[in-house]
Design a protein around this ligand. Sequence first.
Ligand SMILES: [Zn+2]
Length: 426
Amino acid sequence: MPDVFADLVGQDEAVIELRRAAAAAAATILRAGVADRAPASVAAGPAGGDESAFPADGAATAADPSTGMTHAWIFTGPPGSGRSVAARAFAAALQCVHGTGCGDCPGCRTTMGGTHADVRLVVPEGLSIGVGEMRALVLRAASTPSGGRWQLVIIEDADRLTEAAGNALLKAIEEPPPRTVFLLCAPSTHPDDISVTIRSRCRVVPLRQPPAAAVAEVLVRRDGIAPDVAQWAAAAAQGHVGRARRLARDPEARKRREAVLAVPRRLTGVGAAFDAASALIEAAEAEAAASVTEADTTERAALETALGAGGTGRGAAGAIRGAAGQLKELEKRQKSRATRAQRDALDRALVDLAGFYRDALTMALRAPVAPVHTDTAALAGAGAQKWDAEGSLRRLEAVLACRAAIEANVKPRIAVEAMMLALWKG
Ligand SMILES: [Zn+2]
C-alpha cells in the first residue's frame, strides 16, 4: 500500500518537510495524551491551555522552522502542481493513527476519501469564497476534534477569498484553537493571491511544476496508462498532472485540444479570425456546461425535496415563502459556478495555444528544448520559418495578453477576438 504522499509528483523537498511536521504533530498528541492521564496537578502542557499546540512560526521554532509543526500552512505552486493533493496528503498524515500517513489506517483512508469528521474541505465553486461560508467554517473548526487528533480546514483556491472572508480567516489564524490546523492552497504568496497578514502567519510550502517525466511515471504507475501515451500527455499538459490524466484518458478532452491547436492554421483573414474566436468561446461554453449541468440538476432536485415541493400540509405556505429565496440563492451560486467553469475551460485552451507559439519561438531560436506539443511540432516549425523569432514572440505575447485581460475582467469574447486578430496580423 503506497503511503499518502505517493501521488505528490516530483515534490521531494516538500514531502520531506511535511513528513517531518507530521511526526512532530504526532509527538505533540502523544505528549498531550500522557499529560491527560497524569494527575490534574501535573497535567500541564500545550493541550491543557486554550492556545495553539504549537508556537507560531517565527517564534519558538525560529532556530529551525522546518523541523516542527505549525498551525497554519500555505501550499503554493502553478496550477496542476498538486497544491490540493499536498494539502490532503498532509491532512491524512496528521490524522493517521501512526502519525506517518501510512495510507492504510482509518485516519488515512477517511481523510483521503473525504469522509473524515474532523477534516473540512472548502472548494470554491463560484468566483470567490464569501464571508458567511468562512465564518461558519471557522466556528466549526474551533470545536474539539471528535477523533482526538486535529481539526483540519483545507481551503482550496484561497486566492478566491473575498476580503471579508479573508479577515474572518485571519482572526482564526491569529488566535488558533489548540487543535486546529489550517491548510491553504494558492498559486503564489503574491499579495494579489493571499493577504500579507495571512501570509505572515503561515508556513509556506512551495511546490514546483513537476517535470514531464515524473508526471508520465505516475500516469503509468497509478492509472495504468501506456508509457507512450503517458509521455505524450505529460508533455502536452505542461506539468499539470490532472490535465495530463484527462488528456490520456478522455477522447473528448483530446478532441478539444486538437481543435484549439488547429487555430493557428485556420487564421487566413479577418473573417476567419472572428470565426475562430467564436469557435473557441463556444467550445469553452459547451465544455463548461457539460461539467456543471449534472450537478445543477441534482442540487435543485435535492433542494426542492428538502423544501417539500408539492406539500399541502400545515406550514407548506410558510415553506414556500422561504423556498423562493433559497431557490434564488441556489441559482445565483450555480450561475457563478458556471462562469468559473467557462473561464477555466477557456484558460486551458489559451494555455494550449500559448504552448504552440512557445514551440514556434524555441524553434526559431534553435533552443535545445523539447516541444510542448509534439504532435504539432511540424506545424510550429513551419510557423517559426514564416514568422521568425520576433513574430513568434509577438504571437505568444498576444495569447498571454488575452489571458491577462480575461483575468482583469475584460469580456472573454472581446479579449479573444482581439487576440485572434493579433495572431493573424502577427
Ligand atoms: Zn495512516
